[in-house]
Design a protein around this ligand. Structure first.
Ligand SMILES: [Zn+2]
Length: 426
């Protein structure tokens, strides 16, 4: 184990020269391809055939883009047609030790099967993230992620345990009384850090204030702050592919991807690579998991930052920009929630105690951007003037007409996991 003041969890791997890293990727990719045909994994045998690859063919990294990508809906179809686990699994069922299911926020959940090696991949990548975040073995950590089949809390909890932390895991905080119980536990045990979805963090913070506690002094709970660049500090390929794909070092500039475990690409709508530094859809191939996915398209927008990082890590940095399903088109301009957040965040009355906003989408294209923002009455002053000020700021920045509706604190929904930033209304 590294010394606490070291910069990295695994310096040897995290600073592997690019040429060696690429060589390692190719070796691991070769083994994945062998497995596809040996097993055989019929879902990916078909995908490889479409890319012109058959048994015995070597898929070079630079040729990987010829293999058609796979999206989540195809995994759903595979599971429906070959129940219960589909025909895309690299490992046999008897080799698997854990089953989970994806959240299902955008359709039916799919199953996540893991072997011991799959879990070890995630735990190692998670350890790099914890270390970059300043966590160290021996710390006490709070965790409020769901701990059952649904939600990835079990993966997170066991990753923190294997890293060497004492985890105060309370599971999903579904009711107000569960939130109050968690606040009481954490008040008594004072965790040094919290691993909670932003929306739940807000609930916990608000409950601590309601209970008359000082969140910082009593719980080490800093005010929630969804800073516009916070979303770029971690990158996930989903629990079905690779939860802990990467995280940012103190230099920022995106999240260092664990490229020894995954080949990452940013592609356009047709699956062709976009130039480095341009926005594309994230496509991930896991190369060290038994239950691998080949060219899995997350339908998330990212920018891959090819610049060498001053910290010495050689995994390229990935900036997460938003989900494809959250695109709002206003007069031909495509807008992602993160761009709106960047402007809303500037006004203290909108970002404190938490920043809560929602974009209203009415159909595939709109004449004006419509947003709802919670405001803090004590800090705001003239409400009409503040709304117009925000409209002007957004119009100036995003170059589209904007209508702002200011709503009272607590008026917008607080879903348990990720906040829904875009709501569809007719
Ligand atoms: Zn770095």
């Amino acid at each position: 184990m590294p010394e606490p003041r070291d910069h990295m969890w695994d310096p040897e791997v995290q600073t592997l020269p690019r040429a060696e890293l690429v060589e390692l990727q190719q070796e691991r990719l070769d083994r994945v391809m062998e497995r596809v045909f040996e097993h055989p994994v019929s879902f990916f045998v078909d995908k490889l055939a479409l890319g012109g690859f058959g048994p015995g063919d070597r898929v070079r990294l630079e040729d990987l883009q010829n293999v058609p990508f796979t999206v989540k809906d195809e995994l759903r179809v595979s599971e429906a047609e070959s129940p219960p686990f589909g025909d895309y699994r690299g490992a046999r069922l008897r080799e698997c030790v854990r089953v989970g299911a994806t959240g299902g926020t955008s359709g039916n959940p799919t199953f996540v099967l893991s072997t011991k090696r799959d879990i070890a991949n995630e735990q190692d990548a998670a350890a790099r993230m914890f270390w970059r975040q300043g966590l160290r073995p021996g710390m006490v950590i709070a965790n409020a992620h769901p701990l059952g089949v649904y939600g990835g809390g079990l993966t997170l909890t066991t990753a923190m345990e294997s890293f060497g932390c004492l985890v105060l895991a309370v599971g999903e905080l579904e009711s107000d009384s569960a939130v109050d119980r968690a606040v009481d536990l954490w008040r008594r045990c004072k965790p040094m850090s919290y691993q909670i979805f932003p929306a739940t963090y807000v609930k916990v913070y608000e409950a601590a204030v309601r209970a008359g506690l000082d969140p910082v002094a009593d719980l080490n709970l800093r005010p929630p702050m969804e800073s516009p660049d916070g979303a770029e500090r971690t990158i996930s390929a989903g629990s079905e592919c690779f939860s802990f794909l990467g995280s940012a070092c103190p230099e920022g500039g995106g999240a260092h991807a664990a490229e020894d475990y995954a080949v990452i690409e940013a592609v356009d709508e047709e699956g062709n690579p976009v130039p480095d530094g341009e926005m594309g859809e994230l496509v991930v191939t896991t190369i060290a998991k038994d239950n691998f996915l080949i060219r899995y398209n997350l339908e998330d927008y990212v920018v891959i930052n090819p610049e060498a990082c001053p910290c010495g890590e050689t995994g390229r940095r990935v900036r997460w920009k938003g989900r494809k399903k959250d695109i709002v088109v206003v007069r031909g301009v495509r807008i992602l929630p993160g761009q709106v957040a960047g402007v809303v965040f500037r006004e203290e009355a909108f970002r404190t105690p938490t920043m809560e906003y929602q974009i209203v989408r009415r159909g595939p294209e709109m004449d004006a951007l419509e947003i709802r923002v919670e405001y803090d009455e004590e800090r705001l002053g003239d409400r009409g003037k503040a709304a117009r000020g925000l409209e002007d700021a957004i119009e100036g920045e995003l170059k589209v007409p904007c209508r702002v509706e200011l709503v009272a604190r607590g008026a917008l929904p607080r879903p348990p996991y990720k906040p829904e930033r875009v709501v569809d209304l007719d």
